[in-house]
Design a protein around this ligand. Structure first.
Ligand code: 1HN
Length: 348
């Protein structure tokens, strides 16, 4: 419907009215309705890429400026250029690069924010989650579900760097954040390394085990070797036109995402493979674990290489081209959108 132009006098009258109602903390919906209920997502998030080769020296420099203990967590946050100052990479998710040097510990604490780690550089550190340690190896996907005690340590001889992914902005939005520090620097191991994976991650479960659907998985490490084996084991087949070969990480007891707020995925793109344009409502963070290629988001193109991180905003069209055969990890808030009945995708 065409709306007739208003006279300057009518517009002045309206402005004066807006000022009067502002004193009562009211504002007219009709001035903001289009922005509040857009016909499709209009994220303030912009596509962006971080090159690890350029970041590494800055991450290592943080190791000379502050200890892990003093920092509590020595992390450089990857801030979306469209959301500077907000500590987020998408509207719902956080990403950062964490460094732990030989001999250091990052003290035990817990919080209602859920975290994932993707090990990028160096070996020999560990993460402990609720009394069990796991050695961090490159490409390992490790989780610390909400309210689990966790600490990190590096008894090895190399600096270790991983990507942290958390649901910090989502919990901030919900005002549901709690945190506490442990009295202990490092958790006393209650079980030997590998216990959870043997018990809950071997295509079997303890005979009397029952789990509520929303509980996080007891498996807290998804070793890279197993991820690669799974992807290479299906790569003889015809690749999906939009994904290549893409698998999602699950809670093996339920088939749901490992944690209720963050979904995680790995995909294999054969050398030279190019995906068809695709978009979905879950803004996603990608990490290249192997290979190199090109990513096209909207009308922006970047080359990516190992350990590079890029972000694809909600509902923006994504195309990927692998140079060499390529393994990409990604994470998003998809399980939240799915449980609310909001998630949409479009294969173009
Ligand atoms: C946290 O606990 C870790 O445990 C990393 O390694 C990053 C960012 C904000 C709040 C807590 C960790 C974090 C964090």
């Amino acid at each position: 419907m065409h709306i007739a132009a208003r006279s300057p006098e009518a517009l002045r009258e309206r402005s004066a009215y807006y000022e009067r109602i502002a004193h009562h903390h009211m504002t007219p919906l009709w001035e903001v309705l289009g922005a509040l209920v857009p016909p499709q997502p209009r994220p303030p998030v912009v596509p962006a890429l971080w090159r690890y080769a350029e970041l590494r020296e800055h991450v290592m420099e943080a190791g000379r400026l502050i200890s892990a203990e003093e920092a509590e967590r020595r992390v450089l946050i990857l801030e979306n250029p469209g959301l500077r100052g907000q500590s987020c990479i998408t509207q719902s998710l956080y990403a950062g690069l964490q460094l732990i040097l030989p001999g250091e510990v990052a003290p035990a604490h817990r919080h209602t924010q859920s975290a994932l780690r993707l090990v990028l550089d160096g070996e020999g550190a560990y993460t402990a989650v609720d009394g069990e340690r796991t050695t961090m190896r490159r490409g390992d996907f490790i989780i610390t579900p909400a309210w689990t005690w966790h600490d990190h340590g590096n008894p090895g001889d190399q600096p270790v760097v991983w990507l942290d992914g958390l649901d910090i902005p989502l919990l901030r939005f919900l005002d549901a954040g709690f945190a506490e520090k442990s009295e202990q620097q490092s958790q006393q191991p209650l079980r030997p390394e590998g216990d959870a994976l043997a018990r809950y991650g071997s295509n079997m479960l303890p005979v009397d085990f029952r789990q509520a659907p929303s509980e996080p998985t007891r498996v807290f490490v998804y070793p890279y070797q197993r991820t690669r084996e799974a992807l290479l084991g299906i790569a003889h087949d015809t690749p999906d036109a939009h994904f290549g070969f893409k698998l999602r990480y699950v809670n093996p007891a339920t088939g749901a995402s490992p944690m209720p707020t963050i979904g995680a995925f790995s995909q294999w793109l054969p050398a030279g493979f190019e995906t068809q344009p695709y978009r979905s409502t879950d803004g996603s963070v990608y990490v290249c674990l192997e290979g190199e290629g090109e990513v096209l988001v909207g009308d922006q193109t970047w080359r990516f290489a190992e350990n590079d991180v890029f972000v694809v905003p909600s509902w923006q069209t994504l195309r990927l081209r692998a140079g060499r055969s390529t393994l990409l990890f990604s994470y998003s808030d998809r399980p939240v959108q799915q449980v609310l009945g909001l998630w949409r995708e479009q294969r173009l």
